[in-house]
Design a protein around this ligand. Structure first.
Ligand code: FMN
Length: 181
């Protein structure tokens, strides 16, 4: 399977990007390909710009999404919701022909020092309904108390959480398999 991952945090030592690095390793161990899609160059959505065409940075990121069988979105919770950078990227992707979320299996993950992004996750699920994506229901990947589970570089170091992520990757692949039939 080809998995694409997008982080909702542009911070260099982001814990949410750290989740995706851990998923990449877990996926590789299970024989899957993983690509981290870079959304840092995507401009702010502007319909006037959109009417002139899809910006190259959007097209490049969307191309990587479009070839994936399954998608992982790891996003911080900002003010109880989805980070602006991820929402902005999704808004652009939704305007690309044959948008890449359509019919795909998606796993939502998140880390925060508090409750682990539970409020963000329900908003993101709602957005993905409109894009006709199929979000894994269980397990929910809410990494709360992130301070003790990641190192200073944003690498996930907590063994129990890493083990749990393995189960989440299995659930994503199972849903992607089901959707392909
Ligand atoms: C603008 C802003 C809003 C935030 N709002 C929330 C919030 O609503 N809930 C929460 O648990 N953490 C909140 N946080 C803290 C983030 O969860 C924390 O900074 C997290 O580590 C960011 O993810 P990252 O490590 O991937 O960058 C907020 C942080 C920022 C910068």
């Amino acid at each position: 399977m080809k998995i694409a991952g997008i982080s909702g945090s542009l911070r260099q030592h982001s814990t949410n990007t750290g989740i995706l690095r851990a998923v990449k390793k877990i996926a590789a161990d299970k024989g899957h390909e993983f690509t981290l899609v870079d959304i840092s160059d995507i401009p702010l959505y502007n319909q006037d710009v959109n009417e002139q065409g899809i910006p190259q940075a959007v097209q490049n990121a969307h191309d990587e999404l479009a070839v994936a069988d399954a998608i992982v979105l790891a996003c911080p919770e900002y003010n109880y919701s989805v980070s602006g950078v991820l929402k902005n990227a999704i808004d652009w992707f939704s305007r690309v022909e044959n948008q890449g979320f359509n019919g795909k299996a998606v796993s939502i993950m998140g880390a925060s020092p508090g409750l682990g992004t539970s409020r963000m996750q329900y908003d993101l699920r709602k957005i993905l309904v409109f894009l006709n994506a199929f979000v894994v229901n269980k397990p929910e990947v809410l990494i709360g108390g992130s301070g003790g589970k990641f190192d200073d570089q944003g690498n996930l170091t907590d063994e129990k959480t890493l083990e749990f992520l393995g189960k989440a990757v299995d659930a994503l692949i199972a849903l992607a398999d089901q959707l392909k039939k």
